[in-house]
Design a protein around this ligand. Structure first.
Ligand code: DX5
Ligand code: ZN
Length: 223
């Protein structure tokens, strides 16, 4: 499998927020920049909203992969697509009408993503896989960077990957949380093709080199 089939999306949650422009410049070889929006309601942490994301959009050398950890995405997610985010992912647990919301995001021109927390099954998505461009299997409880990878999410990811294959789906399978040199291989082996990494990229001396090394580790374990 070639490097073209996988994506490394650094999470700016681990970046220096007051030097965002410079931080974005350090990850110009990434595929997307992962932007964690938290509302201190859906998760017990708070980051920023559309005003900041709009500035990131204007400044980033790579497209935006917005991860909304917010209540009522039915109301708020379309605004992130409208400001130009290439991909907008909302949580299944928070959405009232996930399929209608995904259609709306696509209609605006974004890739539509849906995320599941560790305790949420993915089977309910099997019949509607084609409504989404990306499914995010969380490998930590959402809310904070720097947590340990939950290997117990791998069977869920593998089931999803098998089902996507069986249906001939082109949906991207993303993992987020605790992804680094020591865990990315397992995620790739179990079917992930899109990898979010916060501390493993921004905690490295050379973030762009960390991206390339994650890319080759994932590529070696894709099948
Ligand atoms: C956690 C966020 C992640 C976080 C990952 O809720 O969704 O994107 O930044 O950070 P690391 O890679 O440090 O686990
Ligand atoms: Zn995230």
């Amino acid at each position: 499998m070639t490097g073209d089939d996988l994506r490394i999306n650094p999470s700016i949650l681990a970046a220096d927020f007051v030097n965002m422009q410079a931080e974005l410049g350090r990850i110009a070889n990434a595929d997307f920049v992962h932007v964690d929006v938290m509302d201190n309601h859906f998760v017990p942490n708070l980051t920023f909203g559309p005003q900041m994301v709009e500035r990131i959009q204007a400044t980033s050398p790579v497209p935006l992969d917005v991860h909304l950890m917010i209540t009522d995405p039915d109301r708020w997610a379309p605004g992130y697509a409208e400001l130009g985010a290439a991909s907008v992912t909302f949580h299944l647990e928070a959405a009232t009408e996930p399929v209608a919301l995904a259609r709306r995001l696509r209609q605006i021109g974004a890739r539509a993503g849906v995320a599941v927390k560790p305790a949420t099954p993915v089977e309910g998505l099997f019949d509607v896989l084609d409504e989404f461009d990306q499914i995010l299997v969380m490998t930590v409880e959402p809310g904070f960077g720097g947590q340990s990878f939950l290997a117990d999410q791998m069977p869920k990811l593998a089931r999803l990957s098998q089902e996507a294959r069986r249906r001939g789906s082109h949906v991207w399978l993303q993992v987020d949380g605790g992804i680094g040199e020591d865990t990315i291989a397992q995620a790739a082996e179990n079917g992930a093709d899109t990898f979010v990494a916060g501390s493993a990229v921004f905690g490295a001396d050379d973030p762009s080199r960390a991206i390339e090394s994650l890319r080759s580790a994932a590529g070696a374990h894709r099948h």
